[in-house]
Design a protein around this ligand. Structure first.
Ligand SMILES: Nc1nc2c(ncn2[C@@H]2O[C@H](COP(=O)(O)OP(=O)(O)O)[C@@H](O)[C@H]2O)c(=O)[nH]1
Ligand SMILES: [Mg+2]
Ligand SMILES: [Zn+2]
Length: 318
Protein backbone atom coordinates (compact mmCIF):
# COMPACT_ATOMS: atom_id res chain seq x y z
CA UNK A 1 0.00 0.00 0.00
CA UNK A 2 1.52 3.32 -1.03
CA UNK A 3 0.48 5.04 2.20
CA UNK A 4 2.90 2.81 4.08
CA UNK A 5 5.82 4.78 2.76
CA UNK A 6 4.31 8.19 3.41
CA UNK A 7 5.96 10.31 6.07
CA UNK A 8 4.42 12.82 8.41
CA UNK A 9 7.18 15.14 9.51
CA UNK A 10 4.92 17.92 10.64
CA UNK A 11 7.36 19.29 13.19
CA UNK A 12 9.86 19.89 10.37
CA UNK A 13 12.78 18.29 12.12
CA UNK A 14 16.14 19.83 11.41
CA UNK A 15 18.69 17.58 9.83
CA UNK A 16 21.90 19.49 10.51
CA UNK A 17 24.27 17.69 12.82
CA UNK A 18 25.90 19.24 15.89
CA UNK A 19 28.45 17.11 17.77
CA UNK A 20 27.95 18.97 21.06
CA UNK A 21 24.41 17.65 21.29
CA UNK A 22 23.40 14.47 23.08
CA UNK A 23 21.01 11.82 21.85
CA UNK A 24 17.75 11.11 23.65
CA UNK A 25 14.30 9.60 23.44
CA UNK A 26 11.17 11.50 24.47
CA UNK A 27 9.42 9.25 27.00
CA UNK A 28 6.70 11.60 28.29
CA UNK A 29 5.20 14.98 27.51
CA UNK A 30 3.53 17.32 29.97
CA UNK A 31 2.35 20.44 28.21
CA UNK A 32 5.48 22.36 27.27
CA UNK A 33 7.82 20.09 29.24
CA UNK A 34 8.89 16.67 28.27
CA UNK A 35 11.00 13.92 29.76
CA UNK A 36 13.95 12.72 27.74
CA UNK A 37 15.77 9.47 28.35
CA UNK A 38 19.46 9.20 27.54
CA UNK A 39 21.01 6.10 25.97
CA UNK A 40 22.19 5.24 29.53
CA UNK A 41 18.54 5.25 30.60
CA UNK A 42 18.68 8.30 32.83
CA UNK A 43 15.77 10.70 32.53
CA UNK A 44 15.63 14.48 32.71
CA UNK A 45 13.17 17.27 32.14
CA UNK A 46 13.64 19.07 28.84
CA UNK A 47 12.07 22.00 27.05
CA UNK A 48 11.78 22.22 23.31
CA UNK A 49 13.58 25.17 21.75
CA UNK A 50 11.22 27.65 20.18
CA UNK A 51 7.45 27.78 20.20
CA UNK A 52 6.71 25.85 17.03
CA UNK A 53 8.57 22.61 17.51
CA UNK A 54 6.21 20.14 19.08
CA UNK A 55 7.87 17.04 20.46
CA UNK A 56 5.91 13.87 20.97
CA UNK A 57 6.60 10.65 22.83
CA UNK A 58 8.79 8.39 20.71
CA UNK A 59 10.69 11.28 19.15
CA UNK A 60 14.43 10.80 18.88
CA UNK A 61 15.94 14.12 19.78
CA UNK A 62 19.26 15.90 20.19
CA UNK A 63 19.52 18.04 23.29
CA UNK A 64 21.95 19.97 25.46
CA UNK A 65 22.07 20.64 29.21
CA UNK A 66 21.19 23.93 30.81
CA UNK A 67 21.70 23.42 34.53
CA UNK A 68 19.54 20.56 35.82
CA UNK A 69 17.35 20.52 32.76
CA UNK A 70 17.80 20.20 29.05
CA UNK A 71 16.88 22.00 25.88
CA UNK A 72 15.88 20.04 22.81
CA UNK A 73 17.62 21.45 19.79
CA UNK A 74 16.64 18.99 17.09
CA UNK A 75 14.05 16.34 16.39
CA UNK A 76 15.26 13.48 14.22
CA UNK A 77 13.14 12.73 11.15
CA UNK A 78 10.14 10.64 12.12
CA UNK A 79 9.54 7.19 10.73
CA UNK A 80 5.84 7.74 11.34
CA UNK A 81 3.49 9.85 13.43
CA UNK A 82 0.18 8.66 14.81
CA UNK A 83 -2.22 11.55 15.18
CA UNK A 84 -5.83 12.54 14.90
CA UNK A 85 -7.10 15.62 13.14
CA UNK A 86 -10.17 17.03 14.82
CA UNK A 87 -12.06 19.86 13.25
CA UNK A 88 -9.93 22.62 14.72
CA UNK A 89 -6.79 20.98 15.93
CA UNK A 90 -4.38 18.20 15.37
CA UNK A 91 -3.38 15.98 18.27
CA UNK A 92 -0.32 13.78 18.09
CA UNK A 93 -0.28 10.56 20.07
CA UNK A 94 3.26 9.32 19.46
CA UNK A 95 5.97 8.96 16.83
CA UNK A 96 8.20 6.16 15.53
CA UNK A 97 5.80 3.37 16.41
CA UNK A 98 6.11 -0.25 15.40
CA UNK A 99 2.53 -1.08 16.22
CA UNK A 100 -0.82 0.25 17.36
CA UNK A 101 -2.38 -1.95 20.02
CA UNK A 102 -6.08 -1.18 20.01
CA UNK A 103 -7.06 -2.16 23.53
CA UNK A 104 -10.79 -2.74 23.92
CA UNK A 105 -12.88 -4.78 26.33
CA UNK A 106 -16.07 -6.73 26.62
CA UNK A 107 -17.10 -3.97 29.07
CA UNK A 108 -17.42 -1.07 28.66
CA UNK A 109 -18.90 -2.01 25.27
CA UNK A 110 -16.53 -0.58 22.67
CA UNK A 111 -17.55 1.80 19.93
CA UNK A 112 -16.98 0.31 16.50
CA UNK A 113 -16.84 3.81 15.08
CA UNK A 114 -13.93 4.72 17.39
CA UNK A 115 -12.24 1.43 16.60
CA UNK A 116 -12.63 2.08 12.87
CA UNK A 117 -11.30 5.63 13.18
CA UNK A 118 -8.18 4.45 15.02
CA UNK A 119 -7.55 1.73 12.43
CA UNK A 120 -7.95 4.16 9.52
CA UNK A 121 -5.54 6.66 11.11
CA UNK A 122 -3.02 3.87 11.74
CA UNK A 123 -3.26 2.64 8.16
CA UNK A 124 -2.85 6.18 6.82
CA UNK A 125 0.26 6.58 8.99
CA UNK A 126 1.67 3.24 7.84
CA UNK A 127 1.50 1.69 11.32
CA UNK A 128 0.39 -1.96 11.65
CA UNK A 129 -2.46 -2.52 14.11
CA UNK A 130 -3.37 -5.36 16.44
CA UNK A 131 -6.69 -5.52 18.29
CA UNK A 132 -6.82 -6.95 21.79
CA UNK A 133 -10.18 -7.79 23.35
CA UNK A 134 -9.78 -7.79 27.13
CA UNK A 135 -12.13 -9.02 29.90
CA UNK A 136 -13.25 -12.16 28.11
CA UNK A 137 -14.04 -13.50 31.59
CA UNK A 138 -17.23 -11.38 31.45
CA UNK A 139 -20.56 -12.72 30.12
CA UNK A 140 -20.67 -10.42 27.07
CA UNK A 141 -17.56 -12.03 25.57
CA UNK A 142 -19.38 -13.85 22.76
CA UNK A 143 -21.22 -10.77 21.59
CA UNK A 144 -17.98 -8.77 21.57
CA UNK A 145 -16.24 -11.54 19.65
CA UNK A 146 -18.98 -11.48 17.02
CA UNK A 147 -18.69 -7.72 16.60
CA UNK A 148 -14.99 -8.24 15.93
CA UNK A 149 -15.51 -10.95 13.31
CA UNK A 150 -15.32 -8.52 10.36
CA UNK A 151 -11.99 -7.20 11.64
CA UNK A 152 -10.56 -10.69 11.88
CA UNK A 153 -11.88 -11.45 8.39
CA UNK A 154 -10.15 -8.39 6.92
CA UNK A 155 -6.83 -9.79 8.09
CA UNK A 156 -6.21 -7.94 11.34
CA UNK A 157 -4.75 -9.80 14.28
CA UNK A 158 -7.45 -10.00 16.95
CA UNK A 159 -6.26 -11.35 20.30
CA UNK A 160 -8.36 -12.08 23.35
CA UNK A 161 -7.35 -12.00 26.97
CA UNK A 162 -8.44 -11.54 30.53
CA UNK A 163 -6.17 -9.58 32.82
CA UNK A 164 -8.27 -11.04 35.64
CA UNK A 165 -7.02 -14.45 34.62
CA UNK A 166 -3.55 -15.79 35.26
CA UNK A 167 -0.90 -13.19 34.46
CA UNK A 168 1.28 -15.93 33.02
CA UNK A 169 -1.23 -16.69 30.25
CA UNK A 170 -1.54 -13.04 29.34
CA UNK A 171 2.21 -12.73 29.06
CA UNK A 172 2.49 -15.83 26.90
CA UNK A 173 -0.17 -14.41 24.61
CA UNK A 174 1.04 -10.84 24.37
CA UNK A 175 4.81 -10.89 24.74
CA UNK A 176 5.56 -12.48 21.35
CA UNK A 177 3.47 -9.71 19.73
CA UNK A 178 5.23 -6.99 21.66
CA UNK A 179 8.79 -8.23 21.54
CA UNK A 180 11.36 -5.64 20.41
CA UNK A 181 8.64 -3.26 19.30
CA UNK A 182 7.28 0.07 20.47
CA UNK A 183 3.50 -0.35 20.77
CA UNK A 184 1.04 2.45 21.41
CA UNK A 185 -1.83 1.24 23.58
CA UNK A 186 -5.00 3.03 22.58
CA UNK A 187 -8.48 2.37 23.84
CA UNK A 188 -11.43 3.63 25.83
CA UNK A 189 -11.27 4.41 29.51
CA UNK A 190 -11.98 1.37 31.66
CA UNK A 191 -10.78 -1.22 29.13
CA UNK A 192 -7.79 -2.21 31.29
CA UNK A 193 -4.86 -0.28 29.80
CA UNK A 194 -3.39 0.68 33.17
CA UNK A 195 -3.89 -2.88 34.40
CA UNK A 196 -1.96 -4.09 31.35
CA UNK A 197 0.97 -1.83 32.05
CA UNK A 198 0.93 -2.73 35.74
CA UNK A 199 0.99 -6.40 34.75
CA UNK A 200 3.75 -6.20 32.16
CA UNK A 201 5.83 -3.29 33.44
CA UNK A 202 5.25 -2.78 37.17
CA UNK A 203 8.78 -1.63 37.76
CA UNK A 204 8.75 0.88 34.90
CA UNK A 205 5.44 2.27 36.05
CA UNK A 206 6.71 2.97 39.55
CA UNK A 207 9.85 4.59 38.18
CA UNK A 208 8.00 6.88 35.81
CA UNK A 209 5.49 7.65 38.54
CA UNK A 210 7.87 9.73 40.65
CA UNK A 211 9.13 12.09 37.96
CA UNK A 212 5.73 12.38 36.32
CA UNK A 213 3.96 13.14 39.55
CA UNK A 214 6.22 16.12 40.06
CA UNK A 215 5.13 17.50 36.69
CA UNK A 216 1.60 16.22 36.83
CA UNK A 217 0.79 17.52 40.32
CA UNK A 218 0.30 14.05 41.74
CA UNK A 219 -2.60 12.91 39.58
CA UNK A 220 -2.89 9.20 39.06
CA UNK A 221 -5.10 9.01 36.03
CA UNK A 222 -3.31 9.01 32.71
CA UNK A 223 -3.34 12.60 31.58
CA UNK A 224 -0.20 12.37 29.49
CA UNK A 225 1.38 9.96 27.11
CA UNK A 226 4.09 7.80 28.72
CA UNK A 227 6.67 5.39 27.41
CA UNK A 228 7.24 2.23 29.48
CA UNK A 229 10.04 -0.26 28.93
CA UNK A 230 8.86 -3.73 29.75
CA UNK A 231 10.59 -5.30 32.71
CA UNK A 232 13.49 -7.46 31.66
CA UNK A 233 13.48 -5.99 28.18
CA UNK A 234 16.84 -4.25 28.69
CA UNK A 235 19.38 -5.64 26.29
CA UNK A 236 16.59 -7.25 24.28
CA UNK A 237 16.44 -4.51 21.66
CA UNK A 238 13.77 -2.76 23.70
CA UNK A 239 10.16 -3.73 24.13
CA UNK A 240 8.02 -0.73 25.02
CA UNK A 241 4.40 0.09 25.69
CA UNK A 242 3.14 3.63 25.30
CA UNK A 243 0.12 4.55 27.37
CA UNK A 244 -2.00 7.45 26.19
CA UNK A 245 -4.85 9.41 27.74
CA UNK A 246 -8.36 8.75 26.49
CA UNK A 247 -10.07 10.91 23.89
CA UNK A 248 -13.62 12.05 23.21
CA UNK A 249 -13.19 12.71 19.55
CA UNK A 250 -11.04 11.04 16.90
CA UNK A 251 -11.08 13.30 13.88
CA UNK A 252 -9.90 12.05 10.51
CA UNK A 253 -9.82 15.38 8.72
CA UNK A 254 -6.31 14.68 7.46
CA UNK A 255 -7.65 11.84 5.30
CA UNK A 256 -8.77 12.95 1.83
CA UNK A 257 -12.31 11.63 1.41
CA UNK A 258 -11.33 9.93 -1.86
CA UNK A 259 -8.74 7.87 0.08
CA UNK A 260 -11.10 6.72 2.81
CA UNK A 261 -12.06 3.32 1.34
CA UNK A 262 -8.42 2.56 0.62
CA UNK A 263 -7.73 2.67 4.38
CA UNK A 264 -10.52 0.17 5.16
CA UNK A 265 -9.09 -3.21 4.10
CA UNK A 266 -12.45 -4.98 3.68
CA UNK A 267 -13.58 -2.27 1.23
CA UNK A 268 -10.13 -1.68 -0.28
CA UNK A 269 -10.12 -5.25 -1.53
CA UNK A 270 -12.84 -4.38 -4.09
CA UNK A 271 -12.25 -0.77 -5.09
CA UNK A 272 -10.29 -1.57 -8.24
CA UNK A 273 -13.27 -3.49 -9.60
CA UNK A 274 -15.83 -0.66 -9.59
CA UNK A 275 -17.08 0.53 -12.97
CA UNK A 276 -15.97 4.11 -12.31
CA UNK A 277 -12.45 4.77 -11.16
CA UNK A 278 -13.68 7.63 -8.96
CA UNK A 279 -16.57 5.61 -7.51
CA UNK A 280 -17.60 6.85 -4.05
CA UNK A 281 -19.21 3.46 -3.27
CA UNK A 282 -22.33 5.29 -2.13
CA UNK A 283 -24.70 5.11 -5.10
CA UNK A 284 -22.90 4.50 -8.41
CA UNK A 285 -23.96 1.65 -10.73
CA UNK A 286 -21.44 -1.16 -11.10
CA UNK A 287 -19.96 -0.58 -7.65
CA UNK A 288 -17.99 -3.66 -6.59
CA UNK A 289 -17.92 -2.55 -2.96
CA UNK A 290 -21.70 -2.35 -2.69
CA UNK A 291 -22.09 -5.65 -4.56
CA UNK A 292 -19.72 -7.27 -2.08
CA UNK A 293 -21.79 -5.84 0.78
CA UNK A 294 -25.00 -7.14 -0.85
CA UNK A 295 -23.40 -10.57 -1.12
CA UNK A 296 -22.42 -10.45 2.56
CA UNK A 297 -18.67 -10.25 1.91
CA UNK A 298 -18.51 -6.81 3.57
CA UNK A 299 -20.50 -6.30 6.75
CA UNK A 300 -23.44 -3.92 6.40
CA UNK A 301 -22.29 -2.16 9.54
CA UNK A 302 -18.84 -1.46 8.12
CA UNK A 303 -20.38 -0.04 4.96
CA UNK A 304 -22.54 2.20 7.13
CA UNK A 305 -19.46 3.39 9.07
CA UNK A 306 -17.83 4.15 5.74
CA UNK A 307 -20.86 6.14 4.55
CA UNK A 308 -21.00 8.11 7.81
CA UNK A 309 -17.29 8.92 7.68
CA UNK A 310 -17.58 9.81 4.00
CA UNK A 311 -20.31 12.33 4.84
CA UNK A 312 -18.25 13.76 7.70
CA UNK A 313 -15.13 14.19 5.59
CA UNK A 314 -17.09 15.68 2.69
CA UNK A 315 -18.38 18.59 4.75
CA UNK A 316 -16.81 21.93 4.01
CA UNK A 317 -14.73 22.95 7.02
CA UNK A 318 -15.13 26.71 6.71
N1 LIG B 1 -13.42 -8.48 34.75
C1 LIG B 1 -12.28 -7.94 34.36
N2 LIG B 1 -11.92 -6.73 34.82
C2 LIG B 1 -10.76 -6.20 34.40
C3 LIG B 1 -9.91 -6.89 33.51
N3 LIG B 1 -8.83 -6.09 33.25
C4 LIG B 1 -9.02 -4.98 33.96
N4 LIG B 1 -10.17 -5.02 34.67
C5 LIG B 1 -10.74 -3.99 35.56
O1 LIG B 1 -11.26 -2.93 34.76
C6 LIG B 1 -11.17 -1.70 35.48
C7 LIG B 1 -10.52 -0.62 34.60
O2 LIG B 1 -9.16 -0.97 34.37
P1 LIG B 1 -8.02 0.12 34.06
O3 LIG B 1 -6.75 -0.64 33.90
O4 LIG B 1 -8.04 1.20 35.05
O5 LIG B 1 -8.55 0.68 32.66
P2 LIG B 1 -8.01 1.90 31.79
O6 LIG B 1 -8.96 3.03 32.03
O7 LIG B 1 -8.08 1.42 30.38
O8 LIG B 1 -6.61 2.21 32.22
C8 LIG B 1 -10.38 -1.99 36.74
O9 LIG B 1 -11.31 -2.12 37.81
C9 LIG B 1 -9.71 -3.34 36.43
O10 LIG B 1 -9.47 -4.08 37.59
C10 LIG B 1 -10.31 -8.18 33.03
O11 LIG B 1 -9.64 -8.85 32.23
N5 LIG B 1 -11.50 -8.64 33.49
MG1 LIG C 1 -5.78 4.09 32.80
ZN1 LIG D 1 -17.57 1.53 -5.80
Amino acid sequence: MSSRTRRFDRAEPRLDHDASLQAGLVVATHGRHCIVETPERTRLICHPRGKKSEVVVGDRVRWRTTGDEGVIEQIEPRRNLFFRQDEWRSKSFAANLDQLLVWIAVEPVFSEMQLTRALIAADAAGIPATIVLNKIDLPGADAARQRLAPYRAMGLAVLECSLRGTPHDTQALLLPRLHARASLVLGPSGAGKSTLINTLAPHARAEVGAISEALNSGRHTTTTTQWYWLDGAEGEAGTALIDSPGFQEFGLHHIPVADLARHMPDLAHYIGQCRFHNCTHLHEPGCAVRSAADAGAISAHRLKLYADLHAELSQPRW
